[in-house]
Design a protein around this ligand. Structure first.
Ligand code: HEC
Length: 400
């Protein structure tokens, strides 16, 4: 009789999976330029605070005053952002940061708080912090850098009287590539007059961000491919654009500094399905931000650049899964094009990403598996040999 009860753990699991989907089932959100500006101010605070206060003492009064102004402005911006669940918590985290700075707390603590507030802001207001296309290489912007930036920042990013250097590894480690990109957006940051960056395309800004990130690692050797395997999220988008090296363990931080300065050299290391997942993550962010056109564009890129190269291989390895994936891709495409209800689209994203995760596992058996099979075979052979020996031994003894 008991067996006929529905399995409770399964029900609980369904509930757990269903709940987040309904939470996100809200209307598409407006994009928020004010949020990017606040994020830019918070990133400056994170980077500069350590130089303005040490051991509870102000080191540089004008820099300290600038931090307080930046924070007041960031708070003002956050208060102007449309209200939505989570905004009160965001405002609180900015207020706590204000207290920490007023009390001249430890630099490390202030940096963490400022960055955490910026990340919360980005999540809540769907900031698109990564390019849809692959990151351009530094070469793409070399001429532009010479023309527009060298006079202040120097040919090797060494800086000068008019501008800070761009190659101090410690300072650059505190910026994500997105933070650098933001600095070059005149609607977000006003330090470079319109003459310098007012007319740049988004792609040129990403290329200049890569150029700036490249100075700190110029002449250094690339990280090993083991590191790329250990930190797969950092060799693809959006991880490479949104992660601040300073928040990583030191080996990963060093590797990310190099990778993001040489995106064209890293592409070959990236697993196509990891690329598909990264692009789907971007597509989902764009969709949640109400930008269906760019969500669709990124979905198609994910299919072409991430899934298509491996489709045949998957069909051979696991035909039912490949068939299921075809359906998921198609369903999501139709849902976005047909303006399906929000919750339906988000659920379709989740189904597709889960199935892609399974495909990845199918295509590359865990590293230990082949070794495990070998050991199992050896063990079996040894046991069989021992058994035979024993059997022969017994037969001989019996026959004596
Ligand atoms: C007229 C001089 C000038 C020119 C030209 C200029 N910058 Fe700057 N740049 C500055 C100043 C000054 C700052 C410092 C802003 C601050 O710290 O508040 C800065 C800051 C930066 C930063 C942040 C660095 C840090 O450590 O805070 C980056 C990145 C940057 N510039 C990149 C560029 C790029 C790329 C170009 C070319 C498109 C460029 N700059 C052109 C003056 C200039």
């Amino acid at each position: 009789m008991r067996r006929n009860w529905p399995p409770l753990p399964l029900l609980a699991l369904c509930l757990l999976l269903w709940l987040p989907a309904t939470l996100y089932a809200q209307e598409p959100l407006e994009r928020e330029p004010l949020a990017a500006e606040a994020s830019n101010l918070l990133s400056y605070i994170a980077v500069d605070y350590g130089d303005s206060v040490k051991n509870g003492e102000i080191q540089d009064n004008s820099l300290y005053e600038q931090q307080r102004r930046y924070l007041a402005r960031a708070l003002e911006l956050v208060r102007q952002l449309p209200d939505r669940p989570g905004r009160a918590a965001l405002e609180n985290s900015v207020l706590e940061l204000d207290v920490a700075i007023a009390e001249k707390r430890d630099g490390e603590q202030v940096r963490r708080r400022a960055n955490a507030a910026a990340d919360r802001l980005a999540a809540l207001y769907q900031l698109q912090r990564s390019p849809a296309e692959m990151l351009p290489s530094a070469d793409f912007a070399r001429a532009l850098y010479v023309e527009r930036c060298v006079s202040c920042h120097g040919a090797q990013g060494q800086g000068g009287d008019r501008a800070p250097g761009l190659r101090d590894p410690q300072r650059m480690a505190s910026f994500s590539l997105y933070d650098l990109y933001n600095i070059l957006d005149p609607t977000v940051d006003s330090v470079h007059g319109a003459r310098i960056d007012g007319d740049l395309s988004s792609r040129q800004r990403w290329a200049l961000a890569v150029t700036a990130a490249n100075f700190a690692v110029a002449g250094e050797l690339p990280p090993t491919s083991q590191l790329a395997q250990r930190y797969p999220a950092l060799i693809g988008l959006p991880g490479m654009a949104t992660t601040r090296p300073v928040e990583l363990p030191s080996e990963a931080a060093g590797a990310l500094m190099w990778w993001r300065g040489h995106p064209q050299r890293v592409r070959a290391l990236e697993h196509p399905l990891a690329r598909a997942d990264g692009l789907l993550q971007l597509a989902e962010t764009a969709y949640r931000g109400g930008d269906n056109a760019s969500a669709y564009h990124q979905l198609m890129l994910a299919f072409r650049q991430g899934y298509a190269p491996l489709r045949e291989q998957l069909e051979i390895r696991d035909a039912p899964l490949a068939a299921q994936l075809s359906e998921h891709w198609q369903a999501l495409r139709t849902a976005i094009l047909g303006n399906a209800p929000n919750a339906e689209v988000i659920a379709a994203f989740q189904r597709l990403r889960t199935a892609l995760g399974q495909a990845r596992a199918r295509l590359e058996p865990p590293a230990g598996q082949s070794r495990y099979t070998l050991w199992a075979a050896l063990l079996f052979a040894t046991a069989a040999a021992l058994g035979l020996l024993l059997w022969f031994g017994l037969r001989r003894r019996n026959s004596v």
